[in-house]
Design a protein around this ligand. Structure first.
Ligand code: NAD
Length: 412
């Protein structure tokens, strides 16, 4: 049984490597991250005292391009979690065929306990601490849990104040600072596109399907909105406080109109209140975990009633739960495809910054859907050809590409 998040991700990596019969030299290179940075992040608090946090940046594998990955602020974030998330990025970027390696960053903190000025100071302090290992052609950051365009703007400014104008050091920026229209919704839009593609491959349509979504942040709320626009019924949705359930389908646009930044779903008067445990066991066709890792584990997997799970969050299904779902005939669309709309959109933003050429939102969405469709079909074909589950098929495609880059560069 895996003991750490990183080991847990490696269960899937090793499964793909065995299927591919990859040589030992390549397996050794991808078993460990290339670089792990663990820094002190000190700031002056509003009351004049000094606060000190731990910050991490892990660069897993860079054979296919500059490292790329989000920055997460969470009280439970630690080096092990960031290592696992960095590894996921390696395989995701390769599967989508975007020219990046995998990285991730995190700071162990509760953002709700800090003022906006303190949060800005933390972001600048962290960026300065890791500035030697990041850069437009070295390692490019992006938003993740509890970080957003505002935080990315601070990262860009802190880095640029040392290196000169460098918008390409970070993606998911405000539009005025080199952000790209479509990026904010891209991960949620990708989740819906991949859900629709899977249903279509199974001979079904997204329209009329009942969806349950755990998570009402950047990914969950855009996925809900876009899926509802395409005719799906969102019968349940939750945030950290619990969720709302409406068997006939939530009026998502109406719900979004009721929530201000900071509003919790337990406070909103829509349908019935459900706990997160109850939400995961609601009757539906598609369950979309879009919050945090290991939301579905050995302890609660038996309560799942969906026939399809689409992993919008990173690693929301533990390997034990994954095995139980496979045994029960539940199909799981893996995170490295399901939430890859984010990094694909980040790739467009990065190219736009490097070339100083602006994209329209129409171009962005069209290219996004093309990249996701190509990756979906490659994964699906591998799944059918090799008789393996979707996750193993996705990792096999990614692993093949990383291994080839490693060999071509003479690294193994
Ligand atoms: P976010 O901070 O915007 O939202 C997270 C949501 O999860 C919030 O609604 C929060 O209340 C909820 N949540 C937190 N803890 C919970 C719990 N214990 N139970 C139920 N809900 C809980 O984060 P996000 O950017 O939407 O990211 C969500 C997931 O998607 C993460 O796994 C992240 O790594 C992944 N992801 C995000 C992006 C992106 O572009 N933002 C891209 C790829 C993957």
């Amino acid at each position: 049984m895996p003991v750490s998040f990183y080991d847990s991700v490696n269960v899937y990596v090793e499964r793909a490597a065995r299927q591919l019969d990859v040589e030992e030299d390549v397996r050794i290179l991808v078993a460990e991250p290339y670089r792990q940075v663990d820094v002190q992040v000190p700031i002056h608090a509003d009351d004049g005292s000094v606060l000190s946090f731990r910050g991490y940046r892990v660069q897993h594998n860079g054979a296919r391009g500059p490292f790329k990955g989000g920055l997460r602020y969470h009280p439970h974030t630690d080096l092990d979690e960031v290592r696992g998330l960095a590894s996921l990025m390696t395989w995701k970027c390769a599967l989508l065929d975007v020219p990046f390696g995998g990285a991730k960053g995190g700071i162990t903190l509760d953002p709700a306990a800090l003022s906006p000025r303190e949060l800005e100071s933390v972001t600048r302090s962290y960026t300065n601490a890791i500035s030697g290992v990041i850069g437009p052609n070295l390692d490019v950051l992006a938003p993740d849990v509890n970080t957003d365009a505002r935080v990315m703007g601070w990262v860009m400014d802190a880095y640029s104040s040392r290196a000169g104008w460098s918008p390409a050091v970070v993606t998911g920026k405000p539009l005025n600072l080199g952000g790209i229209p479509g990026r904010v919704e891209a991960t949620g839009r990708g989740v819906v596109a991949v859900t629709a593609a899977t249903l279509s491959a199974l001979g079904k349509s997204l329209s009329g399907q009942r969806l349950v979504i755990q998570g009402f942040g950047n990914v969950g709320r855009h996925a809900a909105q876009i899926a509802a626009e395409q005719g799906a019924k969102i019968v349940g949705i939750s945030d950290v406080s619990g969720g709302r359930a409406v068997p006939e389908g939530i009026d998502v646009a109406g719900l979004l109109a009721k929530v201000e930044p900071g509003t919790l779903l337990k406070e909103v008067d829509v349908g019935d209140f459900v706990t997160n445990a109850e939400l995961l066991s609601l009757e539906c066709e598609v369950l979309i975990p879009a919050a945090l890792e290991n939301a579905i584990d050995a302890g609660n997997v038996a309560t799942v009633r969906a026939s399809l799970i689409v992993e919008a969050a990173n690693h929301p299904v533990s390997p034990e739960a994954d095995a139980a779902l496979a045994e029960g005939g539940v199909m799981v669309v893996p995170d490295i495809l399901a939430n890859a709309g984010g990094v694909t959109g980040s790739y467009f933003e990065w190219t736009s910054n490097l070339t100083e050429f602006r994209w329209s939102e129409e171009q962005f969405n069209q290219q996004l859907l093309e990249f996701l469709d190509r990756a979906f079909r490659t994964m699906w074909d591998r799944h059918l050809e090799r008789g393996v589950d979707l996750r193993t098929a996705a990792y096999m495609v990614g692993f093949d590409r990383v291994a080839e880059a490693v060999r071509l560069r003479g690294l193994a």
